[in-house]
Design a binder for this molecule. Structure first.
Ligand SMILES: Nc1nc2c(ncn2[C@@H]2O[C@H](COP(=O)(O)OP(=O)(O)OP(=O)(O)O)[C@@H](O)[C@H]2O)c(=O)[nH]1
Ligand code: SF4
Ligand SMILES: [Mg+2]
Length: 406
């Protein structure tokens, strides 16, 4: 990605849901003005979710998610429905397509979206084909749901502007992306980023949390200075005044903390992402719980990246090593990556999540909700590492938060 791109994780996710052949892919193509999704009269054309990022006038950077029909059948069909369910968890606004008078499935999904407080726009699709039948279906949908659906034809490009207006109308109020660095720095502040360029950072590139933070600092009017861990001492010595804030990779907390000038705040990329992508209160409480775990505990590490495990990988090697060192060798540690996340969390004593820069906030919050409902604590890499190193109370948290022993 370039510094100009909005990463997928920071875009409004608009998911399209409906039966096979409801016209989901055709509607995405009509909305984006491009042929991004395969359309055919054969039911079950779309299998895995398809993502299409674009700039939607009046809404901003969005990503449309085309999904497999939720009425898919058979063993493979069931797997596709599971992927559609996953897509629903990251959907900020759902477009629910009604394509027939038997609407039991659609009503079931409407109830799911309403339960997870996802705004839903009801759409009667292919109205050009049905003409009068489209009217009748719209009336039936209104009678069953209490909401008047939009009537849309992807082929004739009718109803698209009304749909865009409706998307603007239902935009979640709290959708405004929170800031990454919050009140920890302001325009004119010097911020030092400590970024160890180890094997995890792909050659020639910076990892996403670093890029996103750097971009925000530039937008804020801060002066951003970067160095690797081994250059930190030298970099600080060259400065006339200490920086307002040091943001380090959590893995380097131990080396950076003793070098931090007095009065300079210290935090890490993934501590910042705990608030940006997740729920800081939940993650702080989770970090506290982590310190109370016994050696017999069962821990789940969830990493959003699906890259092949690397030698000194944080989620697979460094964090488990630190956990075992601080809590005990007997710890049972499982690791999941990407969108995989168990529905049943009851066997785990804690979930430790990565910064989730690749995910949108909605998806992380759906995991937080699942943990809360099942009474399993959850924290993230940065807070977990700070807690295990005993420096959590000295790490700066955004937006006036203080770590208070809970
Ligand atoms: N007349 C008319 N036909 C449409 C319209 N939208 C889609 N179709 C047709 O309906 C069929 C299914 O369209 P798709 O867009 O592939 O439907 P889908 O919901 O993505 O289907 P799956 O991927 O199988 O779940 C195709 O033959 C389309 O040409 C529309 O607005 N009007
Ligand atoms: S592991 Fe998580 S925080 Fe790190 S780059 Fe991947 S998605 Fe982002
Ligand atoms: Mg399709």
């Amino acid at each position: 990605m370039t510094l100009n791109d909005t990463t997928r994780g920071n875009r409004l996710h608009i998911g399209l849901f409906g039966r096979r052949n409801a016209g989901k892919s055709s509607l995405i193509n009509a909305l984006t003005g491009q042929s991004v999704a395969t359309v055919s009269a054969v039911p079950g054309t779309t299998t895995d979710p398809v993502y299409k990022a674009m700039e939607l006038h009046g809404v901003g950077p969005v990503v449309f998610i085309d999904t497999a029909g939720f009425d898919d059948e058979g063993e493979l069909g069931q797997l596709r429905v599971e992927k559609t369910e996953q897509a629903a968890r990251e959907t900020d606004i759902a477009l629910l397509l009604f394509s027939g008078l038997d609407m039991a499935e659609e009503l079931k999904w409407l109830a799911i979206f309403r339960r997870q407080k996802t705004p839903v726009i009801l759409v009667v699709s292919c109205t050009d084909e049905r003409e009068a039948a489209g009217e009748a279906l719209a009336k039936a949908v209104e009678a069953a749901t209490g909401v008047c659906p939009l009537q849309v034809s992807a082929v004739k490009k009718q109803g698209l502007e009304e749909l865009r207006q409706e998307l603007i109308r239902v935009l979640p109020e709290d959708y405004e992306q929170p800031s990454i660095t919050g009140d920890l720095c302001q325009a004119g502040d010097l911020v030092l980023l400590v970024m160890p360029q180890d094997i995890q950072a792909p050659k020639g590139r910076l990892i996403l949390p670093q890029v996103q933070t750097l971009r925000e600092l530039l937008d804020k009017g801060c002066q951003a200075l970067c160095c690797t861990t081994d250059r930190l001492q030298d970099t600080l010595a060259r400065l006339k005044e200490p920086p307002q804030l040091i943001i380090t990779d959590s893995q380097a907390f131990k080396e950076v903390y003793p070098l931090k000038p007095q009065g300079t705040l210290l935090t890490s990329f993934s501590v910042l992402f705990a608030a940006f992508k997740g729920d800081m209160d939940c993650f702080l409480a989770g970090a506290e719980k982590l310190l109370q775990l016994k050696e017999s505990a069962h821990i789940l590490i969830a990493e959003a990246c699906t890259h092949k495990p690397l030698q000194e990988d944080i989620g697979r090697v460094k964090l488990p090593r630190l956990l075992r060192k601080k809590i005990g060798d007997g710890l049972q540690i499982d690791i999941v990556s990407g969108k995989d996340f168990p529905e049943d969390l009851s066997g785990f004593d804690i979930i430790i999540h990565c910064g989730a820069c690749m995910f949108n906030r909605k998806l992380v919050l759906s995991r937080v909700k699942a943990c809360r409902e099942q009474g399993v604590p959850m924290t993230n890499y940065g807070l977990a590492i700070a807690a295990l190193l005993g420096i959590l109370s000295r790490v700066a948290l955004p937006d006036g938060r203080k770590y208070a022993k809970m």
